[in-house]
Write a protein that binds this ligand. Structure first.
Ligand code: FMN
Length: 368
């Protein structure tokens, strides 16, 4: 953003995100933790976890399925049943009670699923019938991915309607906004990138066609929410979930141009490849092409975050793993305090251990 003085781009100073006042520019990145309850409903433990992290300027929830077809992992929460909406409302209330802000991430996994996770044991769906390398996580353990079924064009309006319904449910649950998950190899990203989309209809081929489904989803969701409460997440060169694009700079530059038309809350970008650590795309160019707030993510520390803000490379910084291990991350950054180390063995699934038992600084001091 132009015209902003250095003192106003401090990481831990308040920030106006559209009409929403954030306590700071530090965002908790979306983090799947596989600890939802029966019926993929958020539980008391999930309420406690998010409440503990309410000092983030903004929390983006773990990805939440928009429909039963959107499910790709065990015990991930949904936003398509009334019980799920009620569960999320308790999460939102806990965050709001501590003066936090929270957006829900809207998710359809596309081909990153398995028949055992799908209604009626159906094949997972995708833009094209291309099987991802690797294995699905199922309730019965890891299983080889199967070849997905290519969606017919006449099914796409139903998927857009599922996003709209999920967005309405998020509003009913009291969220401050929603983030459309178009990153990390899931359905919308599968449409965007040319290794997974070889369709020859209006949704494949040119970049304009490949981003048509995302655009339709953005249009549908911004009918439900004011655009300033809707963000979009992209990951131009992330190869997680076996996905690639032959020209990410051009593809995602065009996506940034397209998204600029909507006055969205922000564009959230996973910079680089989470798998290889490579970073070839010029994110400065993507940021320049997007008219609005740019949220950067992937490997940010306090020093890197401050540098990105001060050099104009980002407006907001999203942090994932450090927020898992440090519920009071903004306070720790403010104090230059020591950080808890994330325990990767408890990332996905389990109980309170490695979830709600990371100590805050005050707890540590009390027990020391
Ligand atoms: C345990 C775990 C779960 C994740 N779940 C999601 C998710 O639900 N949605 C998403 O967009 N990204 C997800 N990610 C990616 C993170 O949001 C983030 O992009 C990544 O951790 C890099 O940021 P960091 O270096 O600050 O951790 C996940 C990452 C981890 C480690």
């Amino acid at each position: 953003m132009s015209g902003i003085t250095t003192s106003s781009v401090e990481l831990l100073s308040p920030f106006a995100l559209g009409d929403l006042e954030l306590q700071n520019r530090l965002v908790m990145a979306p983090l799947t933790r596989n600890r939802a309850g029966d019926g993929n409903v958020p539980t008391d433990l999930n309420v406690e976890y998010y409440g503990q992290r309410a000092s983030a300027g903004l929390i983006i929830t773990e990805a939440a399925q928009i429909s039963p077809q959107g499910v790709g992992y065990p015990s991930t929460p949904g936003i398509h049943t009334s019980a799920q909406v009620a569960g999320w409302r308790r999460v939102v209330d806990a965050v709001h009670a501590r003066n936090g802000r929270i957006f829900l991430q809207l998710w359809h996994v596309g081909r990153i699923s398995h028949p055992s996770l799908q209604p009626d044991n159906a094949q997972p769906v995708a833009p094209s019938a291309i099987r991802p390398a690797g294995e699905a996580v199922t309730y019965e353990g890891m299983k080889a991915f199967e070849t997905p079924r290519a969606l017919r064009a006449d099914e796409l309006p139903g998927i857009v309607a599922d996003y709209a319904r999920a967005a309405r449910h998020a509003r009913d649950a009291g969220f401050d906004g929603v983030e459309i998950h178009a990153a990390n190899g899931y359905l919308l990203d599968e449409f965007l990138r040319d290794a997974t989309n070889i369709r020859d209809d209006a949704y494949g081929g040119s970049v304009e066609n490949r981003m048509r489904l995302l655009q339709e989803v953005v249009e549908a969701v911004t009918q439900i929410w004011p655009a300033q409460r809707v963000g979009v997440r992209l990951s131009p060169e992330n190869s997680f979930n076996d996905i690639r694009d032959s020209d990410p700079q051009a593809t995602f530059g065009a996506v940034a141009d397209m998204l600029s038309r909507y006055q969205l809350a922000y564009l959230h970008v996973v910079e680089g490849d989470m798998m290889s650590g490579e970073r070839k795309v010029d994110y400065g160019e993507i940021k320049r092409r997007f008219a609005g707030i740019y949220m950067a993510n992937n490997g940010y520390t306090k020093a890197r975050a401050e540098q990105a803000l001060h050099t104009g490379m980002a407006d907001l910084i999203a942090i994932g793993k450090l927020f898992i291990a440090n519920p009071d991350l903004p306070q720790r950054f403010a104090d230059n305090a020591e950080l808890n180390e994330p325990d990767t063995s408890t990332f996905y699934g389990g109980d309170a251990r490695g979830y709600t038992d990371y100590p805050a600084l005050t707890q540590k001091r009390k027990t020391a």
